[in-house]
Ligand binder design. Structure first.
Ligand code: MN
Length: 196
């Protein structure tokens, strides 16, 4: 099946100045779009040609895995952002309190993990198979669903996510990214876990 570039859930300028329209035009329009195009080219004539994105992520390796996972990760990243203020559900707040102590402690731990992460990759809030919330980091294209974990939130710390706006100062990107978290999306992801 041909994989499609998802539509951005906001206008390209909607996150400015935290994330500029120019960053979005490269990050979404070049990097994310590039992974989709490359994936479609790579799977042509292979066993993955007619498979879903999730199937490819679970079964492919090397370049096919990398491009499929980057499509999934970027879809998740854009959905994790909101141009308008959102709030976490009571259920999410309860679990964050249980597993991190408080929302502030969670946010500080997440930002510290993202600031301290070496190289290109992703920072996640995940639900483990045992029903516990954890902060997880994945390198390059790696993604929690490959490891049987359910992602609730992600932050892209590849340099292309922030270099135009912040140059090498990743902590400033993270401070502003934090204000854009789409808590509705995170809360919906948690609600889906609890149904399963
Ligand atoms: Mn990216």
């Amino acid at each position: 099946m041909k994989h499609a570039l998802m539509e951005l859930p906001f206008e390209p300028s909607a996150l400015a100045p935290a994330i500029s329209a120019e960053t979005i035009s490269y990050h979404y329009g070049k990097h994310h779009a590039g992974y989709v195009t490359k994936l479609n080219t790579l799977i042509e004539g292979t066993e993955f040609e007619d498979k879903s994105l999730e199937y490819i992520i679970m079964h492919a390796d090397n370049a096919i895995f990398n491009n499929a996972a980057q499509v999934y990760n970027h879809d998740f990243y854009w959905k994790s952002l909101s141009a308008v203020s959102t709030t976490p559900s009571v259920a999410l707040l309860d679990l964050i309190g249980r597993d991190f102590g408080s929302m502030q402690a969670f946010e500080e731990a997440f930002i510290a993990a993202a600031a301290g992460f070496f190289g290109s990759g992703w920072i996640w809030l995940i639900m483990t198979g045992e029903g516990k919330l954890e902060i997880k980091t994945t390198s390059n294209a790696d993604t929690p669903i490959r490891h049987g974990e359910t992602p609730l939130l992600t932050c892209d710390v590849w340099e292309h996510a922030y270099y135009i706006d912040y140059r090498n100062v990743r902590p400033d990107y993270l401070t502003n990214w934090r204000k854009l978290i789409n808590w509705n999306f995170v809360s919906e992801n948690l609600a889906q876990c609890e149904q399963n």
